[in-house]
Write a protein that binds this ligand. Sequence first.
Ligand SMILES: Cc1cc2nc3c(=O)[nH]c(=O)nc-3n(C[C@H](O)[C@H](O)[C@H](O)COP(=O)(O)OP(=O)(O)OC[C@H]3O[C@@H](n4cnc5c(N)ncnc54)[C@H](O)[C@@H]3O)c2cc1C
Length: 441
Amino acid sequence: MKRIFPAFTYGEGPRQGCWWDETCAIPARPTISEPASADVVVIGGGFTGLSAALHLARKGARVHVFEAKRIGWGASGRNGGFCCLGGAKADDRFLDRKFGKSGRLEWRAAEKAAVDLVGSILTAEKISADRHSRGETALAHRPRDMKSLEAGAASVRENYGVEPALFFRADLADQGMSGPFHGAMTIPIGFGLNPAKYLAGLAAAAERAGALIFDSSPVRSIEKAAGGYRLCVGDVRVTANQVVVATNGYSSEDIPGWLTARFLPTQSNVLVTRPLTDKELSDQGWTSDQMSYDTRNLLHYFRLMPDQRFLFGMRGGVFSGPGAEQKARRAVRRDFEQMFPAWAHAESQNSWSGLVSLARSRMPFAGAVPGSPGMWAGLCYHGNGVAMGTLTGSILASLVSGEQPACYPKAMRTPPGKFPLGAARRLLVLPLYAGLRLKDL
Ligand SMILES: Cc1cc2nc3c(=O)[nH]c(=O)nc-3n(C[C@H](O)[C@H](O)[C@H](O)COP(=O)(O)OP(=O)(O)OC[C@H]3O[C@@H](n4cnc5c(N)ncnc54)[C@H](O)[C@@H]3O)c2cc1C
């Protein structure tokens, strides 16, 4: 597999310290050891791949999921657990220009449908995933951002058909949201969850529906064959009528070759504190269990979890390696202490990082791989893939089955274009981050 970060990024180093691993033992799946054939092979055992497998198996397809490491090893087992709106890096103006108002509203409806889909899977499959929070709260980091939040309330109503709640600076203490914030807006859509518990439940549901899931089974090559594809998985030959590529930020440039330069993996970092006492919470004035983020372009996201541990995340570094990883972990800790100074003494043994994926089009993609009939891909959720990855998996399952997906906005249908700079493209984020940092001042 040809990849654009150093080997360290795809090893255990960045993952070490992931809190979710301590909360949920995901049973290991077998490794593929004998030649096999399937209706559909799914590559990648994260939310996208497992959702595709669940929905395909429910339709009666013989599905094999191949995961290079272990299911949830990628971003799906190490994210912030915000099951929220999002998935694109595009505001209303951009969406209107590109897709028209109806295209924008169709996309916004899909964001909401994605959250609802996760909620319905949790309920239908009886997955207990430590849900909390009534929607998501944006906190203004400057006075003028509160004005923008106020001005944005009308488009929240139009986009999502819900009433947002505005809180001015003086109201925040009553909301248990004290901090360096100038007000807030809550959109009552979304909830926090334990991503490992959701992932474990999703995998079990896919298996109950008939899918076979294999760990330690990297797909090394894909070739066109009569009636479908021939794959080399580890050392084993597998044939399939159709293939779903669900590898997102952990994609390679060559599985399949079409992916070359079409996604930009970037790093995101998270820390989790030890459980905070009631006194520590009231000392900081933060007692809310709302999942929250600040209004920076390079935003911080945070939530007080049901066990009173505090999760805090932000963008990671540009470089990757043992030294860069430690530096990125120190940066998260520094920002956490600045934002929540009363907790500066509270240890955070759990700290880790992982890859999210951006598209040049700023939109996620779900659809056919051009020039490869029977091959499908879903990727590029711009750091918001808990809900959108799940929806994408269900869209791909419908497409594979020759059905029109119930929710498939036009905005997600254009295959991602190539980034410039080839394998060096991750350096593009250097000027991007510098510009966004200036905008956030
Ligand atoms: C630190 C961090 C915090 C985040 N926080 C949030 C959040 O709070 N809310 C939110 O919505 N999103 C969040 N995200 C993003 C979200 O986790 C991802 O968008 C989502 O998990 C992507 O799911 P996926 O299944 O498409 O990809 P992944 O979960 O990354 O899975 C891809 C899998 O493919 C496997 N793979 C790759 N190549 C091969 C191959 N050749 N053969 C077999 N297997 C292969 C990999 O091993 C990997 O397990 C976060 C991401 C990170 C890293």
